[in-house]
Design a protein around this ligand. Structure first.
Ligand SMILES: Nc1ncnc2c1ncn2[C@@H]1O[C@H](COP(=O)(O)OP(=O)(O)OP(=O)(O)O)[C@@H](O)[C@H]1O
Ligand SMILES: [Mg+2]
Length: 138
């Protein structure tokens, strides 16, 4: 397990970007499917982290479409296919497992809803402590 502390939105963004560079190298070598689960209460910084992650994969910051709220997934077709999933509104994860098997990199907010059903590379858990974000990666 690795733990980071973020004292600002900027730091959370940069952490996402740094971690994406590791994932990018792995994906370029092995291809296939890489899933990252992002977990934490409302407003903790999951989408901000995902935005930073998006830029670390090589996408342009301004091409980010925000969190998919009425559809479940935002798909980006750059040189590394990227899927941003948000399970917040979903009552049951039955039948959506196949999105998690796509070729490319997948980041999923509210990932705890699916963690027992799919395989993933990292689980990234955010908690708030004294105005800071504690970010645990397992
Ligand atoms: N250290 C920090 N890291 C991340 N966000 C922070 C931090 N400090 C303050 N914030 C603020 O918290 C908010 C995080 O919003 P964001 O949409 O990323 O959260 P979220 O976890 O995706 O929320 P939701 O559960 O609604 O999807 C932003 O407004 C951001 O500016
Ligand atoms: Mg969000």
């Amino acid at each position: 397990m690795k733990t980071f502390t973020s004292s600002s939105p900027k730091q959370t963004f940069i952490l996402g970007k740094r971690l994406a560079k590791i994932v990018k190298r792995k994906w370029m070598k092995e291809k296939g499917n890489i899933v990252i689960l992002v977990i934490g209460e409302l407003g903790v910084g999951k989408t901000l982290f995902t935005h930073g992650f998006f830029t670390g994969l090589g996408y342009r910051e301004t091409d980010f479409c925000g969190s998919p709220s009425f559809i479940i997934v935002n798909e980006y077709k750059g040189c590394i296919p990227f899927y941003h999933i948000d399970l917040y509104r979903l009552k049951t994860v039955e039948g959506i497992e196949e999105i998690f098997e796509k070729e490319g990199v997948i980041v999923c907010e509210w990932g705890e809803k699916i963690e027992n059903v799919i395989t993933f590379l990292w689980k990234i858990e955010f908690t708030i402590l004294n105005n800071k974000r504690i970010i645990k990666i397992t």
